[in-house]
Design a protein around this ligand. Sequence first.
Ligand code: GLP
Length: 261
Amino acid sequence: MEVIISQDPSSASILAARLIAKLVKIKPHAVLGLSTGSTPGDLYKELIRMHQAEGLDFSRVRTFNLDEYIGLPPDHPASYHSFMMKNFFRDVNIPHGNIHIPDGLASDVSSHCEAYEQAIRDAGGIDLQILGIGSDGHIGFNEPGSSLASRTRIKTLTPGTREDNARFFGKPEDVPHHVITMGIGTIMESRTLALLAFGEGKAKAVGGAVEGAISASNPATVLQLHPNAKIYLDEPAASSLERIDYYKWVFQNKPAWQADL
Ligand code: GLP
């Protein structure tokens, strides 16, 4: 696990965007795993800037989103389809057919989830998965108690997550109870994981994820088992880490040959 602590969300997001840009330049047909929520906003803005100002080309990139609410049509303002169109896809040149987001209206959810897994395999697997973290440690929508080996499937949101996400809906009771999410096992097969977390509200979850005991009760702890996981934090999100000074020293003193930014 590499813990990268920046002064603010914007600088952290620029570092994460550079990692993605480097991958896309080396491998133009890269498969990206994408996430939603407030956290990746600056990351998408920086990727859009790189596309528009520097010609970063996404024309062969394939994408798979982590999750979607069940019951919301793609054009619902709070759907993750809408989020992705508004915050990223409409401003870059990823062909529509290369974009995959779970279908919240699938009539047969189990078959849809199996097909989603198959589509990831057919694409050659995910090269780099962007992740956020819920205040309870969830990744994607894998709530505490999710099997650490789980695959794409239906999940039921906890009351806490529905409350956290109520800001995207007109009324709190409008937040769906059910979602489709890539499983933790699915996420762990990505070749690289880049988790972003900003703000004091994430400090406890981040502390557990990076330095706590691995447990399904805090799904993000599973990243400790991944051979190439990068954790991009701002200072407040890093504030509960015991080894904070060590992580900073490591990052500032990386040998030049090892730097990937
Ligand atoms: C939702 C998403 C997660 C995201 C989390 C944190 O639950 N399904 O993928 O990481 O929210 O969201 P935010 O970035 O808004 O704090």
